[in-house]
Design a protein around this ligand. Structure first.
Ligand code: HEM
Length: 195
């Protein structure tokens, strides 16, 4: 594990995900996510490894320039963006890019997805960094952000000389992996039995 504050992938004290192995396997089939995608993600990881800060600059530029998104990083009372919160999440976000490319998709990974979902939902948001930001991110935005996080990745995947077909494959795998996670993160938002 890295020493990034609040980072808990492979933390054995994290509660197991309520999503069963069979449900997870079925979900990957629904998404057309297979071993070729895992191979393409591994390749993507070698390409974006030294571009993380540039990718984060693009994503933070988008969130920072979009008032209805920036409010979730802002003080619930004053509406002022919380610099320490933005910086702390940015570190974990950078690690998450690499984790997505290297993911084992095992029980520890699923448990961590459940925790990241909670951290967007009122049941867990703000606690990791001890902040008093807007308490809950609506599910509609959680799902919508799959698109900017997909679209903005493509130029970075194309920067290191991979063929257009390889870039297409890596980009499709990246998009599926992001949607897969956004779906898992939406679980705390669903009524019991509806996920
Ligand atoms: C596909 C969509 C999204 C992805 C891939 C994503 C990614 C992430 C990641 C990797 C983290 C760090 C988790 C951790 O290690 O603690 C995080 C936390 C966070 N994200 Fe997102 N996010 C998405 C949607 C959104 C949206 C729509 C917002 C609204 C502005 C948002 C705001 C935040 C905030 C405020 C945190 C910190 C939560 C906390 O208090 O712990 N995210 N996100």
């Amino acid at each position: 594990m890295t020493s990034i504050p609040g980072y808990r992938l492979n933390d054995p004290t994290l509660a197991a995900s309520p999503v069963s192995g069979q449900e997870f396997a079925d979900l990957k089939v629904s998404l057309l996510f297979d071993d070729d995608d895992i191979a393409a993600l591994r390749q993507a990881g070698t390409i974006v490894g030294d571009q993380i800060e540039a990718i984060l600059d693009v994503w933070y530029g988008f969130v920072g320039g979009t008032p209805h998104l920036l409010r979730y990083f802002s003080d619930a009372r004053t509406g002022e963006p919380i610099g320490l919160y933005l910086a702390a999440v940015r570190k974990r976000f950078g690690q998450w890019i690499l984790d997505t490319c290297r993911a084992e998709f095992d029980g520890a990974w699923l448990a961590w997805q459940e925790e990241i979902g909670r951290r967007h939902h009122r049941s867990g948001k703000n606690r990791t960094d001890g902040v008093n930001a807007t308490a809950h991110i609506p599910m509609r935005h959680l799902l919508a952000l799959v698109i900017p996080i997909s679209v903005t990745m493509r130029p970075f995947l194309a920067k290191k000389g991979a063929s257009p077909a390889e870039v297409d494959k890596m980009h499709a795998a990246w998009t599926k992996a992001v949607l897969l996670q956004a779906i898992l993160w939406s679980r705390p938002y669903a009524k019991e039995g509806d996920f």
